[in-house]
Design a protein around this ligand. Structure first.
Ligand SMILES: [Fe+2]
Length: 311
């Protein structure tokens, strides 16, 4: 089966107007809105939906109030949906919808679905850098970003009581691969052998229930991460962490506290893996969380020996 990534993320929120204001400022394209809630698109056509948290059509919440309610994964072929339905219906009910997609729950208790992906292929022009002795841009000032426009959904992150249960479900039943891990603490998984460093990351937390942490969106480059973050800051939205650069996945990031129940992240320049990739293991620590982070104390942003330059 070929699961391309997150196709739709559906949220139940307590303050719909505030959520709409946030997503408008975040740069997603609002395609429909009204009393029912609102639908947004990334450039590639992947979707974020918000609905009132009491909306009876939403799957059961994994936590209180504003929260992620459903993650729909996009698959390459119709036959993938049948294969997934056959596999998952061995131990849970799987509902077929009119559009050919399926809905069920994962082993976290999260509503999930699978549908034929309608994402468009995107190809962003390369950012040109002038290096010493190697001027790429001549008579051509760089691109400046007043705000960010998310190209696609990158990944989703949860704190969970037991990462092994989640790894067993997604890797054992749905063919996800482990890209990297914090042994006994966290696991980065990608939905396809060739693809994004992670589409799903789970970290053990001291809780009996899973907790949605954040949803991340890719933008063009580090300049757009910064431009988008500055725009959200100007609009009064609060930084959760960033800007910075992750050590695992190499991505530049900026996370914002959102009214959707967790953070939303801009990210750029994430690692892309192939089937040749061998998973690495790391000890959890702030210096592994990021190579550098603004607005963090010196212990938080100190680089490690392992993050030293390759030169
Ligand atoms: Fe992230």
């Amino acid at each position: 089966m070929s699961i391309l990534g997150i196709e739709e993320a559906v949220f139940g929120v307590t303050d719909r107007q505030k959520a709409v204001r946030f997503l408008d400022d975040f740069g997603l394209k609002r395609t429909r809105s009204g009393k029912f809630g609102a639908n947004y698109n990334c450039v590639d056509g992947t979707v974020v939906k918000i609905r009132d948290y009491g909306n009876s059509s939403l799957p059961k919440a994994i936590g209180p109030k504003s929260n992620i309610r459903e993650v729909i994964w996009g698959v390459e072929r119709k036959s993938d949906i049948k294969n997934i339905a056959d596999e998952l219906s061995r131990d849970r009910s799987v509902e077929y919808c009119k559009d050919g997609s399926i809905r069920t729950v994962d082993d976290m208790g999260l509503g999930i679905g699978f549908k034929l992906s309608i994402r468009k292929k995107i190809k962003v022009a390369e950012t040109e850098f002038n290096y010493p002795g190697n001027a790429v841009r001549k008579d051509n000032p760089a691109t400046f970003y007043e705000r960010a426009i998310p190209q696609c959904i990158s990944h989703i992150v949860f704190g969970v009581p037991d990462i092994q249960i989640v790894e067993k479900f997604y890797c054992g039943r749905l063919g996800f691969r482990v890209t990297d891990r914090y042994p006994n603490r966290g696991v980065f998984m990608r939905s396809a052998p060739n693809g994004n460093h992670h589409n799903l990351f789970v970290l053990n937390i001291d809780s009996r229930k899973p907790k949605f942490d954040h949803l991340a969106f890719k933008v063009n480059d580090i300049h757009e991460v910064i431009g988008g973050g500055q725009f959200l800051t100007k609009k009064g939205w609060k930084t959760r962490v960033g800007p910075g650069r992750h050590y695992i996945s190499s991505a530049c990031f900026w996370y914002f506290v959102s009214p959707l129940g967790g953070a939303l992240e801009y990210c750029a320049d994430e690692d892309i893996m192939t089937e040749k990739w061998k998973p690495r293991s790391f000890n959890v620590g702030p210096e592994i969380f990021s190579e550098w982070t603004f607005n963090a104390d010196s212990t938080f942003r100190a680089p490690t020996a392992s993050s030293k330059s390759k030169r």
